[in-house]
Design a binder for this molecule. Structure first.
Ligand code: ASP
Length: 329
C-alpha cells in the first residue's frame, strides 16, 4: 500500500483541529467547576448518607466534583433558604426530604416559597423509618416499648432533627396515637442525635433506616419496629408498627433534589440526567439496599413528578401538623 504523505498530514491536522474544537466546547459547557450540594442537616445523618452517595455518582457522570456542604438548623429551613437565594446557574443544588413539604405549615417566617422558588430536579428515594431506643432501655419488643413510654411519660425523652424533620414528625404522629406527650430534644440532624442515643443521653428516636440499620444490627441501640406497612428486608426482625401495635401507622422520608429557580436549560438537563444515572448506578443501588432503601421508580425521578408530588404533600402535611399542634416558629 502506498501512503500519500500530504494527505496523511492534512487529515492529521484536521483531526487535531476537530479535537481542539471539542475541547473548547467541553471546557465551556456545564459544568466547568465543582458543584455544591447543600444538605440541610448535620453530617453523618440519614440525609447526608443519601446525598453523599448520589453526589459521588453524579460527580462521575458530570466529570466534576459534587461537594457536599452541611447547613443544618431550624428543621432544614436554613439550608433551603440558602439554596433559594443562590445563583441559579446549576452550581448549587440541595438534597432534602419530606421536611421541605412540612416547612410552610410549621414556619410562619419562612423566607421562601417551597414550590415557586425552586427548580424541582427529581425524587431520589423513600426511606423507611425505625423506632429505636438506647441499648439500656428495659423493653424488649414494641408492645413493651409503647407501654414503657406511656408509663414514663413525664420523664421519657426522644431525640429529633428539629421541628418538622422526619424524626420529629414520626414521633408527633406516634405520640398522638399513644395519647401522651414526651419531651423532645432537638439536634441539627439525627447524625449528632444518634451519637447521643449511643451514649444513652435520651431514650427513644424514630429515625431513618439509613442511619439506624447498622447500629441496630451491631446491637448498639435497640430496634423495635419499622414505620412502613411492610417489613424492611435489611431488618427482617422488626415488625411494622401497623401490623399490631399502632394500626394504620405509616411514614417514610422521601428525598429529592432541588436547585434555585430558573436554571439554564443545559444545566438543568445535565443535572437531571446525572441524577437519573445515579439512581441506576449499581454502587448506589447496592448501598441503598444495605441501608434498607432503594431508588424511586424512574418515572418519579423527574422534575414534573417531583413538583406535583411536593405540591400534593404540602397540604397533606399541613393537616397532620395542625392536628398535632406543632409549630416551628
Ligand atoms: N434528615 C435528617 C437528618 O439527616 C433527619 C430527620 O429529618 O429526621 O439528620
Amino acid at each position: 500500500m502506498r501512503f500519500n504523505r500530504r494527505a496523511i498530514l492534512t487529515s492529521a491536522l484536521a483531526a487535531i483541529s476537530t479535537f481542539a474544537a471539542h475541547a473548547v466546547t467541553a471546557q465551556t459547557a456545564f459544568p466547568t467547576k465543582p458543584i455544591t450540594l447543600i444538605v440541610p442537616a448535620a453530617s453523618g445523618g440519614p440525609t447526608d448518607t443519601v446525598a453523599r452517595l448520589i453526589a459521588e455518582s453524579m460527580g462521575r457522570t458530570l466529570g466534576q466534583t459534587v461537594l457536599v456542604e452541611n447547613v443544618g438548623g431550624a428543621g432544614g429551613t436554613l439550608g433551603m433558604a440558602r439554596v433559594s437565594k443562590s445563583a441559579a446557574d446549576g452550581y448549587t443544588v440541595a438534597v432534602w426530604h419530606i421536611a421541605h413539604a412540612t416547612a410552610p405549615a410549621l414556619y410562619d417566617s419562612l423566607k421562601y416559597d417551597v414550590v415557586a422558588d425552586f427548580d424541582h430536579l427529581g425524587r431520589i428515594t423513600d426511606v423507611p423509618m425505625t423506632l429505636v431506643s438506647k441499648s439500656t432501655l428495659p423493653p424488649t419488643n414494641v408492645t413493651e416499648l409503647l407501654a414503657w413510654i406511656r408509663a414514663n411519660k413525664d420523664k421519657a425523652t426522644y431525640g429529633h432533627a428539629g421541628i418538622g424533620s422526619a424524626s420529629h414528625l414520626c414521633m408527633l404522629m406516634l405520640m398522638k396515637e399513644l395519647g401522651v406527650q414526651i419531651n423532645g430534644i432537638p439536634y441539627r440532624g439525627t447524625g449528632p442525635a444518634m451519637n447521643d442515643l449511643l451514649g444513652g443521653q435520651f431514650d427513644v428516636m424514630c429515625d431513618q433506616t439509613t442511619n439506624t440499620t447498622n447500629q441496630i444490627k451491631e446491637n448498639r441501640i435497640k430496634g423495635f419496629a419499622v414505620t412502613t406497612k411492610s417489613k424492611v428486608s435489611s431488618l427482617p426482625d422488626l415488625p411494622p408498627l401497623d401490623s399490631g401495635a399502632v394500626k394504620g401507622f405509616e411514614v417514610s422520608a422521601w428525598h429529592a433534589m432541588w436547585a434555585p429557580k430558573g436554571l439554564p436549560k443545559e444545566a438543568s438537563d445535565k443535572l437531571v440526567a446525572a441524577l437519573q444515572a445515579a439512581l441506576k448506578d449499581p454502587k448506589v443501588i447496592e448501598r441503598f439496599a444495605s441501608l434498607g432503601t432503594e431508588p424511586v421508580k424512574p418515572e418519579l425521578a423527574t422534575p414534573a413528578a417531583l413538583k406535583s408530588h411536593l405540591t400534593a404533600e404540602v397540604p397533606r402535611w399541613s393537616a397532620v401538623i395542625k392536628a398535632a399542634g406543632a409549630k416551628g416558629n
